[in-house]
Ligand binder design. Structure first.
Ligand SMILES: *Cc1c(COP(=O)(O)O)cnc(C)c1O
Length: 412
């Protein structure tokens, strides 16, 4: 969290006072650090320098156009999961030959758009999707490059909602189905199987599940070769975790080294789809305490950010570190930090020890750069927050705060 640091009693985002930004742009306010994004991208990407590789940022982690543009300029490809994300990636100037398209429910129109754009490949998640892609590509007189998302049935030991590589999950094809899929792809005229793919989950804090999945994919690749099917790309997905609290996930360098040791010398281009590890700690959410209140059971800090701004605590029970923007050294007390939304599940933290802050003061919610704004909504008719990208002493309004008119824009 290098670029979000206290200076003379005030939190700074790079060279800019967070208090000053909150005053100018109001709260709730997302602030991203450009330097942190760049540092994280290069730390991750360079960890794979021993391999022929392509790092595709997972757009759903943080889809802001300014963020995507900045990462594209640093050389990132993109991992997309919808037509809307394809549109964003193209608008951000990403080279389509560096775009991979994952997701279980791609519609015809989305497949067509991706073929028109000439993306690198589709990560196909079912036999039905394979047939559909072949049909759409045929209608367009083209060929689609595909890889299959193989579900290696490994337990990533993470939250059930973000574990994706077990048999009970909706994602990908199990090993037997995958074999069928490659055989079928070899028969079809308008698809070319070029890769293997897996993505086993998110916020992984150990390398073991990645390595177990990789072993299964390499064994599978050997079987493909026996059938005369040669693939070029090995996409290992995203999922590397970050420290939100006391987690100690492996550093990207360790991840890179472990994968490089297994893959060096193999004639495969490795694709990685990191999201959280690039964006998570590159962003904060700033919120103001609207009221405080206490009853015999609880102390509440009622803040102006809510589950519609940052849903992770409500959805996954996730921990986000919270602190004062201007620490005053007051004694701690135990609080629930809650938003104004009419849901008991609307909280940013529960039973959290925090200094006894007062109405009108600012709090910072750390690690909000991934799955923060991108998962936000207008629930309770709350206009979505402003997103700022700070680069040194420069402040870019990456997305202006929504207005009431924005709320009604698409309604009769
Ligand atoms: C969400 C997702 C990612 C990114 O996961 P992180 O945990 O944010 O790194 C990568 N690939 C696919 C297919 C995904 O769905």
């Amino acid at each position: 969290m290098h670029h979000f640091q206290q200076r003379d009693g005030v939190l700074f985002a790079e060279e800019v006072s967070v208090t000053a930004l909150a005053k100018q742009y109001c709260t709730p306010l997302y602030i991203y650090s450009a330097a942190t994004f760049r540092r994280h991208f290069h730390a991750f990407d360079s960890a794979f320098d021993a391999l022929d590789h392509l790092t595709c940022f997972s757009v759903k982690a943080n889809s802001n156009l300014a963020v995507l543009k900045m990462l594209a300029a640093e050389g990132a490809g993109m991992d997309i999961v919808s037509g809307g994300e394809l549109y964003r990636a193209l608008q951000a100037g990403v080279d389509p030959s560096r775009i991979v398209y994952s997701g279980v429910g791609k519609r015809d129109s989305e497949i067509r758009e991706a073929l028109e754009a000439r993306i690198l490949m589709f990560n196909v998640e079912s036999l039905a999707e394979l047939e559909r892609i072949d049909q759409v590509a045929g209608e367009m007189g083209t060929t689609a490059r595909v890889s299959f998302r193989i579900n290696p049935d490994v337990d990533p030991q993470t939250h059930p909602y973000i574990s994706t590589g077990m048999q009970k999950n909706k994602f990908g094809l199990d090993i037997d189905m995958s074999m069928q899929a490659y055989k079928r792809a070899a028969e079809l005229k308008h698809v070319e199987p070029v890769g293997m793919d897996c993505h086993i989950g998110s916020q992984l804090t150990s390398l073991d599940p990645f390595l177990e999945a990789l072993d299964k994919l390499l064994a599978f690749n050997a079987r493909l070769k026996d059938l005369g099917i040669e693939i070029k790309y090995l996409d290992l997905g995203g999922g590397l975790g970050i420290p939100y609290n006391e987690e100690e996930p492996p550093h990207p360098a360790e991840f890179g080294k472990a994968l490089s040791d297994k893959l060096k010398g193999l004639p495969l281009k490795v694709i990685l789809e990191p999201g959280r590890v690039i964006a998570g700690n590159a962003g904060i959410l700033v919120t103001e305490v609207v009221y405080t209140k206490s009853n015999p059971a609880k102390n509440f800090l009622i803040v102006d950010a809510a589950m519609n701004d940052l849903v992770r605590p409500s959805l996954y029970g996730s921990y986000h570190r919270i602190a004062e923007v201007e620490p005053k050294g007051r004694a701690p007390k135990v609080f629930d930090v809650v938003g104004p939304i009419c849901e008991s599940g609307d909280f940013l933290a529960r039973d959290r020890e925090l200094p006894e802050v007062m109405q009108g003061e600012l709090l910072v919610v750390y690690s909000a750069g991934a799955y923060g704004f991108s998962m936000s909504s207008n629930y309770n008719s709350r206009p979505r927050a402003c997103e700022l990208l700070v680069d040194g002493d420069k402040v870019i309004v990456a997305r202006r705060r929504e207005t009431y008119d924005d709320l009604l824009m698409n309604e009769l």
